[in-house]
Design a protein around this ligand. Sequence first.
Ligand code: IMP
Ligand code: MG
Length: 311
Amino acid sequence: MSIRPLEARSPAPSTIDDARFAHPSEEEFARLLDFYGVRWQYEPRTFPLRQDDDGRVLEAFSPDFYLTDLDLYIELTTLKQGLVTEKHRKLRALRALYPDVQIKLLHKKDYLSLLSKYGIGAVNEQEQMAVREVLISASQIERRVGELGAEITRDYRGKELLLVGVLKGVTCFMADLMRHIALPVSIDFMTISSYEGDRSGAVRIEQDLTENIAGRDMLVVEDIVDTGMTLNHLLMQLQARQPASLRVCTLLDKRARRLVDLPVDYVGFQIPDEFVVGYGLDYRQRFRNLPFIATVRAEALARGPRESAAE
Ligand code: IMP
Ligand code: MG
């Protein structure tokens, strides 16, 4: 006899306000998922585990959460051994009947390690504490970078493209973006720094390109365009080397702070005028390894570990 899962109330609750949680730990987990921008549904399906000959369900299991982006069911558990044993039995039955369904039994102490395993959670507790708000989640970044890559691929069809990244903030973005560009691509990097005390935004090239850019189709890849002063100076210097074309792709755009009018051809996300870190962007060299874009608590900015670091 075939056995199929039942859809529960439709649609399943997917916000804290809509969900009627059976246990406080479930609400806590939902808040954590919201914090990291991980989409969830609460008890969206019931899986029959045993049926009688007339198809009546004798035993069923409704996992607590479904994480949409990860295609993963989560059953939360406490330390009460009797319950844990019973849940393990049900999970074994479920896996046997529905081999395509991914499900994990999760204890509270494992919440964060699960999220970081899936590239979502902050890597260590100290940085986790410093994060004020996740502005753009890992899965939002992933989706958008894919769209940008597809757009660039369409626009440069039939051409070879030179991607030039401005270090160091661009590392994550460059690595992901280039894998979504289906063209013959070369990459190169440069390091620049602003002249001390020069408010014109003039830049010094600390480490120059290794590629000759004359006659090439070139796309400058940036992590963030803020006032635009740095990029403006950089573009003037690059333009003088006579590339065939010169365009700009930035992951983030703080347009409210723009001081020079710049043509930015590809923009991942417009963001408000707030200092952000993660996915390559730093505050005094920290937070680059966060897999999302976040704002940081003022206290964490006030006492960075590298007070004298020069960027
Ligand atoms: P602009 O010349 O003002 O556009 O400066 C842009 C540069 O400042 C970027 O390449 C970043 O290195 C840095 N920057 C601007 N805003 C932020 C931020 O919110 N977080 C981290 N770095 C930033
Ligand atoms: Mg930069």
